[in-house]
Design a protein around this ligand. Structure first.
Ligand code: PLP
Ligand code: MN
Length: 370
């Protein structure tokens, strides 16, 4: 132990060293309640995306609220979650490459409940061959990833998708059960009506493909999609069986700007003013290593201050209103602009109620990018 500093339950957040990632439990619980109250009655399964939380404790909490399993982005996240006892997982990124396929086989050997997606014949064949060589005689549950407009991954709809479904259907070690079509390009479209219109267009591609697979003789039980910005539209579409929202738990400025404040900000980066650089500008100890910038700059929770990046370890807070003031030693709460990669920068969540820490959660799959 390099120091005796060891925050514990019962401490106040004021006693935390900074930067620290803090969660307002009242707000987080309210976000969970809102989502599940809204979506459970629709009958559509909720399989939250754990790329946001990266925490097995929070994954279990979402299941207690009504979630049916969870999603992870990468295989290495699945490895961590499974070892922590959370095994009902869909890995939403393609598992490609010999090393990763071997890791997948090892994981599947221990945890038969994991689900994978495929979007190519070559990728499918590699997994089928590896499972054949392994001697495991149970097929792995497989979902075809379809491109519904994001142009990131996913097989193209139409003949190419049908050919892939045929190939997966005939692969001895893969059990085709569904289609995934993630409309990630629409999550942050501003304007309810515009987002709804575009989302319904993507959902039509997804449900029509599911139907075409069924007509070709495949048993398609799972049609999975949706994020925080679109789930409310996805659940209205007949044929959608599952949604995958993640960011709703904590939110960020990018989502707030796009979808409004139905879900509220529950996670903040606590930071300290460490230097005074002028009458209306100070330096805080949160820079690029604490707050991401891909979706714009973070904001200060207290209004009237503008954040600027001063490098890896530092940021500035500047103000115009002379009634405002920050001084060395003051603590500020910063609002992340993009929640998933921000959480990936921190080791622990300090979850508090009214300033008193109630729980400390590890960011279990932090750094698991493989
Ligand atoms: N599903 C997939 C495949 C994703 O990649 C993501 C996020 O990138 C989500 C669901 C969750 O979206 P959000 O965190 O925006 O709710
Ligand atoms: Mn994200």
């Amino acid at each position: 132990m390099p120091s005796s500093y060891a925050p514990k339950v019962g401490d106040t957040i004021d006693s935390l060293d900074t930067p620290s990632m803090i969660v307002d439990l009242n707000v987080m619980e309210s976000n969970i309640k809102k989502l599940f109250t809204h979506f459970l009655p629709t009958g559509v399964n909720i399989r939250p995306h754990l790329k946001t939380t990266k925490s097995a404790v929070l994954a279990q909490r979402l299941v207690a609220a009504g979630a049916k399993g969870g999603c992870v982005a990468k295989l290495s996240e699945a490895e961590v979650m499974c070892e922590l006892g959370f095994t009902d997982l869909l890995i939403t990124c393609e598992v490609v490459g010999a090393v990763k396929v071997n890791r997948l086989v090892e994981l599947f050997n221990k945890f038969r409940s994991i689900r994978i997606v495929v979007d190519s014949i070559v990728g499918t064949k590699a997994i089928d061959d590896a499972l054949e060589a392994s001697g495991i005689n149970e097929p792995i549950t497989t979902i075809i990833d379809l491109d519904v407009g994001l142009h990131r991954t996913g097989v193209q709809p139409g003949e190419t998708a049908l050919a892939l479904a045929k190939f997966v259907g005939e692969s001895k070690h893969l059990n085709l059960i569904g289609v995934q079509g993630y409309e990630g390009h629409l999550q942050h479209v501003h304007g309810f009506e515009e987002r709804k219109k575009l989302c319904l267009e993507s959902m039509a591609i997804l449900t029509q493909t599911a139907e075409a697979f069924r007509e070709a003789g495949h048993k398609i039980d799972v049609v999975t999609t949706g994020g925080t910005g679109t789930s409310e539209f996805c659940v209205t579409v007949p044929g959608i069986t599952e949604i995958q929202p993640g960011s709703f738990l904590f939110m960020d400025t990018d989502y707030r700007n796009a979808v409004g404040t139905h879900y509220e900000q529950s996670l903040f980066i606590l930071s300290t003013v460490i230097s005074n650089q002028g009458p209306t500008i100070v330096t805080i100890d949160a820079g690029l290593k604490s707050l991401t910038t891909d979706s714009g700059l973070a904001e200060c929770k207290a209004l009237g201050y503008t954040y600027g990046v001063l490098g890896d370890e530092h940021g500035s807070l500047e103000w115009e209103d002379i009634a405002l003031k920050l001084k060395i030693g003051d603590k500020v709460e910063m609002v992340p602009s993009h929640i998933d990669p921000t959480i990936n920068l921190h080791d622990f969540y300090y979850a508090h109620r009214n300033g008193v820490i109630e729980e400390i959660w590890k960011v279990d799959s932090r750094g698991k990018v493989q």
